[in-house]
Write a protein that binds this ligand. Structure first.
Ligand code: FPP
Length: 229
């Protein structure tokens, strides 16, 4: 969900104002995904590296999450959204941890779409925490394979993402879903996150529909023909 800061700056507003608009974009996007039959949406809300931001922005973001949970939880719950949080909860305040727990427990029976909010998350953190837990469980090296390690990853309950969208014009993954996005189709858009809406979502889905997914296999004959035309 990149581009909140620039969106706010262009309006001579503080960066946190951009994050606030970003919450509205998130609510609109999760409902639009649900309407389109998408069952899992995972968003990067706060990375392990975002602690390096100015204190004012970090505390603004934490406060915003509390406000967002109280403002939108009822609506999302009523609309069939299950909320799950992935990331290191050790460093966040008790208040925030309780808000996340409330969001998770009050939506746990919902099945229309699962919104996973990556908060204090990093792809490398996830791989390390999965290895640590596997070792703590006493797994021997020959017992560990991809499926087994995946069962320790933070998003083990979700399928790997088919589509990975980054807004804000940067062309990198920035430590998001490093393990899970191995075969995701990547879409990068200049659109700043607060402006992301159904038109941008549908454009990304249209790009996705054009891709041929091979997972390491050879191209199909029809795709080969198309490529040489
Ligand atoms: C990146 O834009 C965005 C973030 C670091 C925060 C995203 C968080 C939200 C949208 C709020 C999440 C709230 C809930 C309830 C999940 P940026 O600040 O790096 O923008 P810039 O690249 O323009 O500076």
């Amino acid at each position: 969900m990149d581009g909140n800061g620039r969106w706010a700056k262009r309006r001579f507003m503080p960066r946190v104002f951009g994050h606030k608009q970003g919450v509205d974009a998130l609510v609109r996007t999760v409902l639009a995904c649900a309407d389109r039959g998408i069952e899992y949406l995972t968003v990067f809300a706060f990375s392990s590296e975002n602690w390096k931001r100015p204190t004012e922005e970090v505390s603004g973001l934490m406060g915003l999450v509390l406000v967002a949970v109280s403002k939108y939880l009822g609506k999302l719950a009523a609309d069939g959204v299950r909320i799950r949080i992935v990331g290191d909860r050790g460093q966040v305040s008790d208040k925030l941890r309780q808000a996340w727990e409330q969001a998770e427990s009050s939506t746990r029976h919902n099945t229309r779409i699962t919104l996973s909010v990556a908060f204090n998350y990093g792809g490398r953190w996830d791989i390390v925490q999965a290895c640590r837990r596997a070792i703590a469980d006493g797994l021997q090296p020959d017992e560990l394979d991809e499926a087994r390690l995946n069962s320790y990853m933070a998003l083990s309950y979700a399928p790997d993402p088919d589509l990975f969208i980054r807004t804000g014009g940067e062309l990198r993954i920035s430590n998001f879903l490093l393990w899970q996005a191995a075969y995701s189709e990547l879409v990068f858009t200049e659109c700043l996150w607060p402006e992301f809406g159904t038109a941008e979502l549908d454009a990304a889905l249209a790009q996705y529909a054009q891709r041929e997914r091979r997972f390491g296999a050879v191209p199909s004959a029809s795709a080969d023909e198309a490529a040489t035309c």
